[in-house]
Ligand binder design. Structure first.
Ligand SMILES: [Cu+2]
Length: 153
């Protein structure tokens, strides 16, 4: 009895989920078991949860996604004392490095290590000002340089 019920449930749910995905409305999923919890492709590892999909403020933390060879959003404003968290959603590694490519200010405020997929880097901004930054691995890509964190009192 019990196994028969389970079999029916599986054989019904599987194709339905696949159809929904095929129709491109995965984002609207309500009842597909196992698919609701993790809508982010590439979020297989121990990812923090930028629930607002990028650039959101969550308490004292502001998240910047590194995705599609770009910082998203490219400019954020935080209050003094807040922390910015960069999360790499790309398969390619990236860095977040203060300053400009080849500039004397390169890495003078912060300089992450090479961030693989799913890796994060946090930096707390205790000084007011405007801080440009870039990715040391892709300085030739416009979306990966001249990004900016503005810190207001
Ligand atoms: Cu990069």
């Amino acid at each position: 009895m019990r196994s028969r019920v389970r079999f029916n449930w599986k054989s019904n749910a599987g194709p339905v989920c696949r159809l929904l995905l095929a129709a491109g409305i995965a984002g609207l999923l309500v009842g597909c078991p196992g698919m609701v919890g993790d809508p982010d492709p590439g979020a297989g590892q121990d990812m923090p949860d930028p629930t607002d999909g990028g650039g959101g403020t969550n308490g004292t933390m502001v998240t910047v996604r590194i995705q599609g060879l770009a910082f998203v959003p490219k400019e954020v404003t935080v209050s003094q004392g807040q922390t910015v968290r960069w999360v790499n959603f790309d398969a390619a590694p990236h860095t977040t490095t203060s300053g400009s490519p080849g500039g004397a200010n390169l890495g003078s405020v912060w300089r992450s290590s090479r961030l693989g997929n799913g890796a994060t880097f946090d930096w707390q901004f205790n000084e007011v000002g405007e801080f440009v930054y870039f990715c040391e691995l892709h300085p030739f890509i416009p979306a990966m340089r001249n990004a900016e964190v503005t810190v207001i009192p």
